[in-house]
Design a protein around this ligand. Structure first.
Ligand SMILES: [Zn+2]
Length: 461
């Protein structure tokens, strides 16, 4: 290249930098902090789910997005908006520790075979399903949802970002990105779909060697995953103890906990031996596994299916009895069991039997209380699973969860007493997320939580 041409290039690059600098600055405003609006909540009873107690007549002061103070006789700052929940029980938001908000397999046309859902429902359609599901979950009182795979092309990450940036109201999403599995994920593809059409991605990432496992974990974290999901034994070859440990070491570099999908006793044992952070699905676990999980503090996201006419799997008396017995044993052995649903399907039976009206996502998800109730688990412990244990599994306790000064204001209220009757959480009348009221007097306030731009900051991840 000639000298004059190099000089010309350098000059033009410098010019571009000079021009681009101010433009870039102008296009990236600092996230606009919401005006430090002060809201005061008067709580008839305030639940501490960790202790399993409630204190009467408490006042919660919320400044902007966070809790400023909690106490009995706090004065109302001038100009504060007062929300009177003095006839209600106020508690922190709920957690679904295992969900797939961007997947909806159906009986018609795909016969609940979600390989077909993946082929038929586009990523954009699934992203819109996820946004709708997220709003319904928040309306039901869920302020944190772990969204762990089967989400097309990172729908879970996009959903988290849209909510974080302020486009719409929704729970704090803890996305995993695509599930990482050894050859085939959970699919049984034909050779041509697998080899010529590369059908696995984006529903799964095939990672077979140690190098591929490291690359897959890194890529998911690079693209926004906040937790890592592994297929431990989706195929007979699965992952070894060493493979799982390797994925955990790599995930730790990005601050991610690791959840393993488990469907065989052998797979469960490998995951436990590796000291995995949490196991998804309780069906294959034995009492011996539960004892080991309790000793190691491994979370169980059991995804225990209720005996409902619409349940995609099971539903028979025998299967439900086995589900209840497993959950009861895990609880009695003191495994940290979360409330988790895996509710990612839809069918024509999802109606209220009395009114014939469609059940919404929140109502469907809350029917997963059924196995907990059938197992005779006390309401206060079910509530602890739905809150504290869920926050821990979602790894959010440093910034949200409990109603404590300094944490984000994620607050819900119900007329009943969830410490003695867990069915009380089926009637969430009030929802505040990040200090914004999303639902009041049982009505969703769409205008409060929908915005035509990233009002919390375009760069929030
Ligand atoms: Zn699942």
């Amino acid at each position: 290249m000639r000298q004059s041409l190099i000089v010309a290039r350098v000059v033009s690059i410098l010019w571009l930098l000079a021009v681009a600098g101010p433009i870039r600055a102008a296009q990236s405003p600092t996230p606009t902090a919401p005006a430090a609006r002060v809201t005061v909540i008067k709580a008839g009873r305030l639940v501490d789910p960790e202790a399993g107690t409630a204190t009467p007549n408490q006042v919660i002061v919320v400044e902007g997005e966070k809790i400023k103070a909690v106490g009995a006789n706090l004065s109302v700052p001038p100009g504060a908006q007062v929300i009177d929940l003095s006839t209600m029980t106020v508690l922190p938001g709920l957690v679904d520790a295992h969900a797939h908000l961007g997947l909806t397999y159906k009986e018609v046309p795909e016969h609940n075979y979600y390989y077909l859902t993946y082929v038929m429902d586009s990523t954009p359609l699934r992203a819109i399903q996820a946004a709708s599901n997220a709003m319904q979950m928040l309306a039901a009182g869920f302020t944190v949802v772990r969204d762990v795979g089967n989400n097309a092309l990172y729908v879970d990450v996009a959903l988290r970002q849209a909510i974080e940036q302020g486009w719409l109201g929704g729970p704090t999403i803890i996305p995993s990105g695509p599930m990482i599995g050894s050859t085939g994920g959970q699919f049984r593809p034909t050779p041509e779909m697998y080899r010529d059409h590369k059908i696995m991605f984006p529903e799964y990432i095939d990672a077979n060697s140690p190098d591929e496992i490291v690359r897959a974990v890194r890529e998911n974290m690079l693209f926004g995953a906040k937790t890592i999901k592994l297929c431990i034994d989706c195929q007979p070859w699965g992952y070894s103890v060493e493979d799982i440990k390797l994925a955990m070491r790599e995930a730790a570099k990005g601050g991610c906990l690791v959840e393993g999908h488990v469907q065989t006793p052998e797979g469960a044992q490998r995951a436990i031996d590796a000291g995995i952070h949490m196991i998804a699905h309780g069906d294959a676990l034995t009492p011996e596994h539960h004892a080991q999980m309790a000793a190691k503090g491994i979370f169980l996201n059991g995804t225990d299916v209720p005996q409902m006419p619409y349940a995609a799997y099971g539903g028979s008396d025998e299967e439900f009895a086995a589900t209840v017995a497993n959950l009861k044993d895990a609880y009695e052995k003191k495994v940290p069991v979360t409330f988790s649903t895996d509710m990612d399907y839809w069918n024509e039976r999802m109606r209220d039997p009395k009114t014939g009206k469609w059940l919404n996502k929140g109502q469907l998800v809350l029917n997963f209380l059924m196995p907990w109730q059938k197992a005779g688990i006390p309401a206060r412990d079910v509530l602890k699973a739905m809150t504290i244990i869920g926050y821990r599994a979602a790894d959010v306790m440093k910034e949200r969860g409990p109603i404590k000064p300094g944490l984000y204001a994620d607050i819900i209220a119900v007329p009943g007493d969830p410490l003695t009757d867990i069915d009380a959480v089926r009637d969430v009348q009030f929802v505040m997320k990040n200090g914004t009221v999303f639902k009041k007097d049982g009505v969703m306030l769409a205008e409060e939580s929908l915005h035509p731009g990233p009002v919390r900051g375009w760069n929030r991840r």
